[in-house]
Write a protein that binds this ligand. Sequence first.
Ligand SMILES: NC(=O)c1ccc[n+]([C@@H]2O[C@H](COP(=O)([O-])OP(=O)(O)OC[C@H]3O[C@@H](n4cnc5c(N)ncnc54)[C@H](OP(=O)(O)O)[C@@H]3O)[C@@H](O)[C@H]2O)c1
Length: 259
Amino acid sequence: MSIQQSKSICAADALLKSFEVPINAVVVGATGGIGSAVLELLDHCPNVQNILALSRRPIPDGLKTKSMAMDIQDEATIAKAAEVAKAEFGDIHLVFVATGILHDDENQPEKTFRGLSPEWASRVFAINATGPMIIAKHFVPLFPRDGKSVFTAISAKVGSISDNGLGGWYGYRASKAALNQFIKTLSIEVARKYSDAVCLALHPGTVDTELSTPFQSGVPEGRLFTPEYSANRLLQVVDQADPSDSGQLVAWDGERLPY
Ligand SMILES: NC(=O)c1ccc[n+]([C@@H]2O[C@H](COP(=O)([O-])OP(=O)(O)OC[C@H]3O[C@@H](n4cnc5c(N)ncnc54)[C@H](OP(=O)(O)O)[C@@H]3O)[C@@H](O)[C@H]2O)c1
């Protein structure tokens, strides 16, 4: 394993040096708490030359950022984004999927199996598990045959089956477990064609975003991260990762978590 556990944040100009070439990156879910912080860091990173930022809500283009509308439940919008990425940037070296759902105005994570609803569970799976798979379907073919490339999606420690001591949150947990299995399976196939590629599921810690807002009361002192802190640590993990890490679930501090 090449990922080292570290304790500090890194300046943007020190990030992502392991890629060796100027990076073309795609950020999926660029309007989210963590996604927008990742986008901001990539935008300030001299090792990144182009960024395609994908989101449902529009965001302005930047100096090296082109933005496009995409709904992760709508494959046509994903396919269109991949076409544009290929035409405008050529090779893609980093795909960072930061979309996800835990609750909405009408639905909260299920405390008991009695609260399960097929409609809500399907939506959670579509966004948290199927969506990143369809992103991979359209963007992994844009990886260079040689040289480092990374496909990563934010998962969650609560998706770990062996670490589940608390129960609850049925749909979210199961969708993240499915995402982890997908990343593992993808890593096996990707390694056959792209020998330097890495596929990672990431755990960002507990981060102060819209997604976690209703559930922050029990978070221990000092363990609620800002999106900027988490994004910085996650990009350090991406930077340190090599093919021996591919298929793993890795936390913000570099710890490899059990599936
Ligand atoms: N925050 C935490 O403590 C924490 C902990 C563990 C794991 N995570 C994971 O980290 C990831 C990012 O979460 P966050 O905390 O940054 O949450 P967030 O601020 O709520 O961001 C979620 C993002 O997902 C996007 N999204 C949702 N449904 C979508 C769809 N159908 N199509 C396209 N985009 C869609 C949202 O886009 P819109 O702006 O269009 O709604 C938003 O950009 C998620 O996978 C989450 O499960 C977070």
